[in-house]
Design a binder for this molecule. Structure first.
Ligand code: S3P
Length: 439
């Protein structure tokens, strides 16, 4: 495998206007629901990153015609809830937890068997959180002894709705059960310990599928309905915008406009946390695009200070912590994160890998079981390892804006899973970034 190393010269500022690629969560769901719908679904702004392409290929393998992607345009020729065909081989989900967990719910209700697998990182991640509730619904799934993929799904099972309280705040588990609920007899009712991203719920409504929401933590769906093909405009991904929000906040002289960013309130924890730290972010031109709120975000450099991050913001900023840790490293004082043990089971152990990287750059960063304590300071420079985690690679790239010496980041090829244009956009905005491939 090729190793991609990022090298970033220190200093600089981020300026201008840019649109980061489409939202990863929404792009996955557009393909999944589009495939299960009756009629065509036209998607614009689709994220052409490896994770979403993995989802797209899985539906190709089950006989769904999908035109594109071509500059973010995708047309899905829906086959209806019962129109998927048995694939001939293992379904490869690559690095994508969203593909694996959502597809396990969708596939639990099919008439045929499937095997779901992924890369080394994905096949280490916990899957009992989906296989256990699916089994309660009547699914038959075999996993490894440690509860990880490959997952062998036995088709032809009769699913029944359940009333389930999620033990972890996870939109992936909630969405998995909603998708299984499409195939279940009766009602599947899910209660979350805290609100998580609600793109599945919004999109099901967009496809004309009835759904009952009670407050912001309970959702119920009845099986046996139909999805009608629709149009989906995917906003720019706030999780990708986050690197630029942090970069512009920490780099003196920065003034950046991020266009058409999804600002669904279940995703905007990063804005709240950065503002608590003193960031200067304006939310402009709020509007709705296909059932999802979007806005332009203007961010200018501001001196940041450390904060104790409110635990209720954790699920609303779950993917943005690697970037936020860079903000904390550049802030005055101490930042404390608690209640975020989920970070240990993402594409990498994001608490440990970030703590190791920050420590290597001369920052006092102490991992705890469920979070981290970071003392702001001066970033030296040197080499860090992203452990193949896209968000860690891009976060450290931004850290160079404030480092004393050049920064090298190893194992960056997976940036392509969520942000294929990162290098081009970051350079255009003012980051002195170069990439080098080594065999
Ligand atoms: C996602 C949910 C989150 C997030 C992931 C995408 C989704 O995972 O980390 O990147 O699209 O539903 P969890 O639901 O496991 O927290």
């Amino acid at each position: 495998m090729t190793d991609l190393t990022f090298t970033v010269e220190p200093g600089g500022a981020l300026r201008g206007r840019l649109r980061v690629p489409g939202d990863k969560s929404i792009s996955h769901r557009a393909i999944m629901l589009g495939a299960l719908a009756e009629g065509m679904t036209a998607v614009t702004g689709f994220l052409e990153g490896e994770d979403c392409l993995a989802t797209l290929r899985v539906f190709h393998a089950m006989g769904v015609r999908i035109d594109g992607p071509d500059q973010g345009r995708v047309t899905v020729h829906g086959v209806g809830l019962h129109g998927l065909r048995a694939p001939t081989g293992t379904l490869d989900m690559g690095n994508s937890g969203t593909s694996m967990r959502l597809m396990s719910g969708l596939l639990a209700g099919q008439a045929f068997d499937t095997v779901l697998s992924g890369d080394a990182s994905l096949n280490r991640r916990p899957m009992r959180r989906v296989t256990e509730p699916l089994a309660l619904m009547g699914a038959r799934i075999e996993a490894t002894e440690s509860g990880t993929a490959p997952l062998r799904m036995h088709g032809g099972q009769r699913l029944t709705g359940i009333d389930y309280s999620l033990p972890v705040a996870s939109a992936q588990v909630k969405s998995c059960l909603l998708l299984a609920g499409l195939y279940a007899a009766g009602v599947t009712r899910i209660t979350e310990p805290a609100p998580t991203r609600d793109h599945t719920e919004r999109m099901l409504a967009g496809f004309g599928y009835p759904l009952a929401r009670e407050g912001d933590r309970i959702v119920a769906i009845a099986g046996g309905g139909r999805l009608a093909g629709t149009e989906i405009d995917v906003p720019a991904d706030i999780s990708s915008a986050a690197f630029f929000l942090v970069g512009a906040s920490i780099a003196p002289g920065s003034d950046l406009l991020l266009e058409h960013v999804g600002v669904n309130p279940t995703r905007t924890g990063v804005l709240d946390i950065l503002r608590l730290m003193g960031a200067d972010i304006e939310v402009l031109n709020r509007r709705l695009a296909g059932g999802e709120p979007v806005a332009d975000l203007r961010v200018r450099h501001a001196p940041l200070h450390g904060v104790r991050i409110p635990e209720d913001l954790v699920p609303l900023a779950i993917d943005e912590f690697p970037a936020l840790f860079i903000a904390a490293a550049c802030a005055k004082g101490i930042t404390v994160l608690t209640g975020a043990e989920e970070l240990r089971v993402k594409e990498s152990d994001r608490i440990q890998v970030m703590a190791d990287g920050l420590t290597a750059l001369g920052i006092a960063a102490g991992p705890t079981t469920d979070g981290i304590v970071i003392q702001g300071g001066v970033l030296s420079g040197g080499t860090v390892d992203s452990h193949g985690d896209h968000r860690i690679a891009m976060s450290f790239a931004m850290a160079a804006l404030r480092s004393r010496d050049p920064l090298s980041i190893r194992d960056c090829a997976n940036v392509n899973t969520s942000f294929p244009d990162f290098m081009t956009l970051a350079r255009a905005a003012g980051l002195n970034l170069m990439a080098r491939e080594a065999a």
